[in-house]
Design a protein around this ligand. Structure first.
Ligand code: SAH
Length: 348
């Protein structure tokens, strides 16, 4: 079992600093113990709660109520630039986490749900419907596991299986735990949340006082193509989405990435590139061009290299900032949900 939840014990990795302080004070303990506990869990990497350096009475309170479940990794596929881990949750659900190796260090891509309900036609994660949200602690455990595998973990992408904004409360707790200065102490600019575009939740994120990086899975320059690829567009069409994204970018004075996966004869024409340029206008948004990663039985295929370059050139001519993601992950089936669905399809 991934999460060894014994009896009614709570997962200590679910606790934000504030929640832990509240728990301590409600149980007659000093809230200053929370700082020591965070230091032990996240800086010293202590997994045996008995070893935390707090007075016996406080320690008993913690050990009587909490556990430190560790991630159970059941498969690893190691590529040149990315390593993918398959984890089994305590209830048997499978999730994936990817460590991407960059020249400057590693970054981890975490899953937020078992399955996904967004139904994007090109995405393999969506073929397995959402079973449940992950708890904050289950997302934290993915980071802690991967952190042990690399010397220098510098960034977190909330871009694995699931739609993070469909599990916003737990994702916000997760981010809170990652940011806590006396714990892992990630800077908000080192965390990127990727969404298919649930507009009211983007607004909720905008009303927070911290500003993580935002990436929008756009993948189309007009409503017709986008609604065909991504059902969420029928609820929150492009105009509404772009307005929310531009607001987020302006409020935090941040560049926001528009992810654009190149699908042959669907969204890759030069006309699409012109439309995309107009959508962006002179905002601080930029386009991240991604090669479509196809898998068996797919109705789509990746655009030809020449067409990708033509698309890129139009954006450049229109002064749009563009980046092209390296092919990180494709060698280890890291495109969303692939390892997990391979595992399930192989009868495991
Ligand atoms: N639900 C979130 C995060 C998970 S998907 C979102 O939609 O952003 C992570 C990224 O991988 C998204 O940009 C998604 O559109 C992209 N993706 C999904 N399937 C892909 C495929 N077959 N090839 C390339 N990128 C893919």
């Amino acid at each position: 079992m991934l999460y060894d939840i014994s009896g009614d014990l709570m997962n200590i990795y679910d606790m934000t600093y504030k929640k832990l302080c509240d728990f301590l004070t409600e149980n007659g303990e000093k809230k200053s113990r929370a700082e020591i506990i965070f230091d032990a869990l996240y800086r010293k990497g202590i997994t045996d709660l008995k070893l935390i350096d707090i007075p016996e009475k406080a320690k008993k309170l913690i050990t009587d109520n909490f556990t430190t479940p560790e991630a159970e990794c059941i498969d690893i596929s190691d590529g040149e630039t990315a390593v993918k881990y398959l984890f089994r949750l305590s209830d048997g659900n499978l999730i994936e986490t990817v460590l991407m190796r960059h020249e400057y260090g590693g970054s981890v891509c975490v899953s937020t749900q078992a399955g996904c309900n967004m139904g994007c036609k090109f995405c393999r994660s969506g073929r397995l419907k959402k079973i449940r949200n992950l708890t904050a602690g289950e997302i934290v455990s993915q980071v802690l596991f991967v952190k042990k595998q690399t010397d220098n973990l510098s960034g977190i992408s909330v871009m694995g299986i699931g739609e993070p904004l469909d599990n916003l409360d737990n994702v916000l707790d997760f981010i809170d735990i990652m940011l806590y200065p006396k714990g892992l102490s990630f800077a908000p600019r080192k965390i990127t949340v990727s969404t298919c575009g649930i507009v009211p939740k983007i607004e909720e994120l905008k009303n927070r006082d911290f500003s993580v990086n935002l990436a929008i899975s756009l993948h189309a320059p007009d409503n017709e193509i986008r609604s065909e690829l991504m059902p969420i567009n029928k609820s929150y069409p492009l105009e509404t989405l772009m307005e929310a994204v531009k607001d987020y970018s302006e409020k935090f004075n941040k560049r926001v990435a528009l992810e654009y996966v190149m699908i042959k004869n669907v969204n890759d024409s030069t006309e699409c590139a012109e439309k995309l340029s107009r959508l962006i206008g002179n905002s601080k948004l930029y386009v991240n061009i991604i090669r479509y990663n196809s898998s068996e039985g797919d109705i789509y295929e990746c655009s030809d290299f020449e067409q990708i370059m033509r698309f890129y050139d139009v954006l450049k001519k229109n002064n749009v900032s563009v980046t092209m993601r390296r092919e990180l992950g494709s060698s280890v089936n890291a495109a969303c949900g692939q390892l997990r669905s391979d595992y399930i399809n192989n009868g495991n």
